[in-house]
Design a protein around this ligand. Structure first.
Ligand SMILES: Cc1ncc(COP(=O)(O)O)c(C=O)c1O
Length: 446
């Protein structure tokens, strides 16, 4: 590993060091830790973001493909959403009594999301997942939850780590352990691997009449098999459990009503957050009246769930997506994006290609001449960052991204793959200037 003599990101590095003294783990979101990127090269602190770009605290400009881990869908600082929020701030950011916006957004969600007849709000995705689990347990009178995917930081979900073997690298993040989570919860949340119906059936059989819900991310980076999701719905029903789609990340991108709408498979409940409000805190749990109505008698209550900012932002985001025919936009943009990046990959005799859906493409690596894949990823993240492209090689396009942004990314990828090719054919370690970046977190889903 070479040392960085004159860093372009010295202010970021100074702040990060300071943060380490004041904030355990440096950041609030693990995906924002610099160890997830090429530490020492990628920016760590920003001062401004607009459209498809941000400026870091050292004054460098970046094309952003991370987009606040996909919370941004229209582009940073979208003027229509910001305008709605600013107006709302002037009217009052939170009232003493309730805001009619709660009903306006609920009506929009019911109109667009097939599984929505009633709605509850939160401020984040993990919180919404916990709320959905509370309702499912309350309605069924059963305790266990079978799940696939990532569903947040709360005890109900993280307790599943007690069932995994850390040596198999099954924890969501390398180096993050289930410390502080009550051991008594072990066995109450049981993971199944995405796509493995036999495993799901086995778990449900082994826990007969104990499972309140099956929760899964219906889609991550690749299109799901429709029959697979149908079969899950069938098995879940047979076991008198509630089917919950976690659409915190998938929601809004392929369709405003989520993957469920695009594939015409309606779960009993669903969870949304992130992109639904283009960067203002907001989450929602939706479901059938039969399942949601009993929540009235459950203790589900929090002061800031009733603020007006996330509501105003969500309403404005949905209106913008509708007005600009977002579903077609993402399909077309992602198709061009993948084509252009794959043209670059094809110029090289490397096992690299651009895979995934049009709304969430990613760079996939095959054999890197026997070299460590993590090293290869780190090298590419590093080289892209040097060329002003901030990415962990998963891409979250927003409606502010342009064809020029694709061209810039393809050109940076071309230069990056040239370096990768050279590294593979010589002393690889000498090309990686930073510690090896951590994998994005594992989520028991492909
Ligand atoms: C599918 C899914 N569920 C839940 C969460 C947790 O959301 P939040 O980080 O807002 O708590 C995430 C976040 O990445 C997610 O992708």
């Amino acid at each position: 590993m070479k040392s960085n003599k004159k860093s372009k990101i010295s202010n970021s590095l100074r702040l990060y060091k300071k943060a380490g003294e004041l904030i355990p783990g440096h950041t609030q979101l693990i995906s924002r830790r610099s160890s997830q990127f090429a530490h020492g090269v990628n920016p760590i602190y920003a001062s401004k973001s607009e459209g498809s770009r941000f400026v870091d605290v050292d004054g460098n400009n970046y094309l952003d493909w991370v987009n606040a881990v996909s919370a941004i869908i229209l582009g940073h600082s979208n003027s229509e959403v910001n305008e709605a929020v600013k107006l709302q701030i002037d009217q009052g950011s939170i009232f003493t009594v309730n805001s009619p916006l709660e009903i306006e957004l609920a009506e929009l969600l019911v109109e667009h999301i097939p599984s929505a007849e009633m709605v509850r709000y939160t401020k984040g995705g993990g919180e919404a997942c916990a709320l959905a689990v509370r309702i499912a347990r309350g309605v069924t009178g059963k305790d266990k939850v079978v799940f696939s995917g990532y569903h947040g930081w709360h005890d109900w979900y993280q307790s599943a780590n007690y069932l995994t073997n850390p040596n198999d690298g099954e924890y969501p993040f390398a180096g993050i352990e289930p410390i502080g989570i009550p051991r008594v919860l072990s066995g109450t949340a049981i993971p199944f691997s995405y796509g493995d119906l036999e495993q799901l059936e086995f778990i449900l059989n082994n826990n007969k009449n104990e499972v309140a819900a099956v929760m899964l991310e219906p889609m991550r980076s690749n299109y799901p098999d429709k029959n697979y999701l149908r079969k899950i719905k069938e098995i879940t029903k047979e076991n008198n459990a509630i089917l919950i789609f976690d659409e915190v990340t998938s929601g809004w991108r392929i369709s405003i009503g989520g993957v469920q709408k695009a594939l015409n498979i309606t779960p009993d409940m669903s969870v949304f957050s992130k992109a639904m409000s283009n960067g203002y805190p907001m989450g929602a749990v939706v479901g059938s009246t039969e399942i949601m109505a009993p929540a009235e008698r459950m203790f589900i209550s929090s002061s800031y769930w009733s603020d007006n900012i996330g509501l105003a932002a969500s309403v404005a985001t949905i209106k913008f997506l509708n007005k600009n025919r977002s579903e077609k936009w993402f399909r077309d943009y992602g198709t061009t994006f993948k084509e252009k990046l794959n043209e670059v990959c094809d110029d090289f005799d490397l096992e690299v290609n651009c895979a995934g859906t049009e709304s969430s493409p990613y760079i996939s690596f095959g054999n890197m001449g026997g070299h460590d894949l993590k090293m290869a990823r780190t090298l590419c993240i590093q080289e892209m960052a040097k060329r002003g492209i901030h990415t962990n090689l998963n891409f979250h396009p927003t409606m502010a991204h342009s064809d020029k942004d694709i061209k810039e990314t393809a050109s940076a990828l071309f230069e990056t793959l040239k370096v990768l090719e050279k590294a593979i054919n010589s002393n690889f370690e000498n090309f990686v200037e930073t510690p090896v970046s951590n994998d994005p977190f594992r989520r028991l889903v492909n």
